[in-house]
Design a protein around this ligand. Structure first.
Ligand SMILES: [Zn+2]
Length: 342
């Protein structure tokens, strides 16, 4: 495998930074994960991103300056043309604008492009993962929040720049308060952050739950996907009730999106989606049924195949699509086997 076509991908999340180095067939040659800094500012976050990719590159036996290109999937408002990220509010001190692409290009010695985190993860599933066989799909990333990406006729649908906000579909008019400040959004019922606030409130008012005991036992300070999974396994009644509520909301929100777009497939990813896996995907499918207009022909529904690495692999894909825009000679092999899932 020629080192010339190795690429880097970095998924910048609110809790973790995941970096990968992939070859021309998207096989993962090296990977590295570390927590996202909770203090400081954009430069501190960018420095951790650079170190994470350097570590992945060392594992792959290649210098970052030898990478053909690097892609980043970032939260916040992303300007793909300039690599500027602004208002990434779940990252420390990142209310303003920061030239993330330029900073990383200089630090890594490889041209770096930046895209929206959810969109690159959707693209990765569409091209290499569970969505490979479909021309139109919705990616639903069930994690801290509920993100969404839309692919129509094989191409991302970005709208005027912010399409795919499935987490803010209204599933209950005048319902629970959402982190966006509105009421009744899907995310207010299914987002892990919202579920944790609800769980803490119920716990404080005396409701029995093992959720926080499990959290302490595993030395965490928040209810991660793993904590929810463990509590469900232990049949914790509060965890079961809140997850049931989340599944019902996901069913209504996703079915409404399907009624509008009539896509071929729905891909469920994100921390909770991947962790809870197929049994819960099946339950989401059942929860969609009563809301589907075309209920005798539901879309296919799959769990994201690239798992935790999907965002980072999608970021590497982004770096390739930018090359493609620059000239066909840099274009990588299309539709390879999904070696990245191995
Ligand atoms: Zn909302």
């Amino acid at each position: 495998m020629s080192a010339m076509v190795a690429r880097g991908g970095i998924d910048l999340g609110g809790t973790k930074i995941q970096a990968v180095v992939v070859d021309g067939r998207w096989k993962v040659l090296g990977q590295s994960r570390r927590p996202t800094p909770t203090e400081g500012g954009p430069e501190d976050v960018a420095a951790q991103m650079a170190e994470s990719l350097q570590q992945a590159a060392r594992e792959a036996g290649i210098a970052t300056s030898a990478l053909a290109a690097v892609g980043v999937g970032s939260p916040g408002e992303v300007d793909g043309a300039t690599g500027v990220v602004s208002q990434a509010r779940n990252l420390p001190g990142w209310e303003g604008a920061f030239e993330l692409g330029r900073w990383l290009t200089k630090s890594l010695g490889a041209p770096t492009s930046v895209g929206n985190d959810v969109q690159v993860a959707t693209d990765a599933e569409a091209q290499l993962g569970a969505g490979r066989d479909y021309g139109s799909l919705i990616g639903v990333f069930w994690g801290t929040g509920v993100g969404g990406g839309v692919i129509l006729n094989g191409k991302p649908w970005l709208g005027r720049g912010s399409a795919g906000e499935i987490g803010h579909m209204v599933v209950k008019k005048g319902g629970a308060r959402c982190t966006c400040g509105r009421r009744g959004c899907l995310e207010a019922y299914a987002g892990r952050a919202a579920m944790e606030i609800k769980a803490r409130g119920e716990h404080d008012s005396g409701r029995h739950t093992s959720l926080f005991k499990i959290m302490k036992k595993h030395d965490r300070d928040r209810l991660t996907s793993g904590i929810w999974a463990r509590a469900l396994k232990a049949k914790d009644p509060l965890a079961e009730r809140l997850i049931d509520r989340a599944v019902e909301a996901l069913g209504a929100g996703i079915a409404s999106a399907v009624n509008l777009l009539d896509v071929e497939a729905v891909i469920i990813g994100g921390g909770l989606g991947v962790r809870l896996g197929e049994p819960y995907a099946r339950r989401i499918r059942e929860a969609m049924t009563p809301h589907l207009f075309n209920d005798d022909r539901p879309p296919a529904l799959h769990v994201a195949a690239l798992g935790d690495l999907g965002g980072a692999i999608g970021a590497a894909l982004l770096s390739a699509s930018r090359d493609e825009a620059a000239g066909p000679k840099a274009r990588p092999a299309r539709k390879p086997r999904a070696a990245a899932t191995a």
